[in-house]
Write a protein that binds this ligand. Structure first.
Ligand code: ASP
Length: 330
């Protein structure tokens, strides 16, 4: 823990860099790490952060991958793939809520320590968009494939087509069609993307983000989750960030890139996430708008922040995991 005087001095210096009120930064709390490395050294204990309650199962699988010699990329891809397969999760993969025409369309992306990235958006009929995103990164010269092209690519790679609309989701959609009203509700059902960032036992970073997007969205709508820099950004020299919530707000502020760039300038993960949500709240009305950011640096520090309360995340260091409520502006 920093002595209070050092912390205040540091907050004032950061505030000058960011051009913000220094007292505001005092509210940003970075979760401490018990086995923190020496200043400047990379953390190598297996550090994972994943959004919402389903982050618990993602991190458990991520740790399993790392113990078997898997990289941070293996951890985030296979960790989030577990959530994609869960039919009870209504915002990711199988069982995801459909668009207003009744079709489930998926968005995902990955980014690795070398700065390579891959993504798919508006993808139908494929249970694991995050694995397809990895294939885009590793097997093509491109970053993002969309719609039928992404589906054709997935099928050519051996992914099987399946029906993603579960009976529960179909019934919920039928009910929604009675009124066909669209009001995004904070933290409830219509946005719970899984974003996962990790640092492996060699200290390398990677991230993945996967979602079915907003429930009953306009057909063709793509959110922030497959957009590198918006839903996810990784820079192995600095840190990683992922986002959840209303993708339009994240895209307009290129949120995850912003968080990593603020960390590059010296902000802690918590300070950077706070500034990124405040940037949104300064630019648009946020009464009905939730966004949450989750970030880590290379030294094993973590931070998160949301606009409204209710955003939580799973943090694992090795096999120790806790579910943490993120601080919120409101
Ligand atoms: N960010 C996602 C989107 O806008 C939604 C979510 O986080 O659940 O598509």
């Amino acid at each position: 823990m920093l002595p209070r005087r050092t912390f205040l001095r540091r907050a004032a210096a950061m505030a000058a860099i960011l051009g913000v009120d220094p007292t505001r930064l005092l509210r940003a709390k970075t979760a401490p790490l018990s086995a923190a490395p020496m200043k400047g050294e990379r953390f190598k204990g297996g550090h994972m952060l994943a959004t919402w309650n389903h982050g618990l199962v993602s991190n458990a699988e991520g740790w399993r991958q790392m113990q078997q010699g898997g990289s941070a990329l293996d951890a985030v891809v296979e960790g989030t793939a577990v959530v994609e397969s869960d039919p009870t999760g209504t915002s990711v993969g199988l069982g995801g809520r459909p668009d207003r025409s009744g079709r489930v369309t998926l968005d995902a992306c990955v980014m690795n320590a070398e700065g390579h990235a891959g993504g798919v958006c508006f993808l139908e009929d494929i249970e694991h968009p995050v694995r397809v995103a990895r294939a885009v990164m590793e097997d093509t010269p491109h970053v993002l494939l969309a719609g039928d092209g992404a589906r054709d690519f997935a099928l050519a790679k051996g992914f099987e087509a399946c029906n993603l609309l579960t009976e529960d989701s179909r019934k919920a959609w039928e009910e929604w069609r009675q009124s066909a009203q669209y009001h995004p509700i904070i933290n409830v059902e219509n946005h719970d993307t899984i974003g996962m960032i990790a640092q492996d036992l060699d200290g390398r970073l990677a991230g993945a983000c996967t979602t079915s997007g907003l429930a009953y969205k306009l057909r063709g709508r793509v959110g922030d989750s497959p957009i590198i820099g918006a839903g996810l950004f990784v820079d192995d020299e600095v840190g990683a960030c992922t986002a959840t919530g209303l993708g339009e707000a994240v895209m307009k502020t290129l949120g995850s890139f912003l968080v990593v760039e603020l960390m590059r300038q010296g902000a802690s993960p918590a300070e950077a996430c706070l500034e990124a949500v405040e940037r949104i709240s300064r630019k648009m009305p946020v009464d009905d708008l939730q966004v949450g950011y989750l970030a880590m640096d290379t030294q094993g520090n973590a931070g998160a922040q949301s606009i409204h309360g209710g955003f939580n995340y799973a943090r694992s260091v090795g096999d120790q995991t806790e579910l943490i409520d993120a601080p919120s502006l409101r």
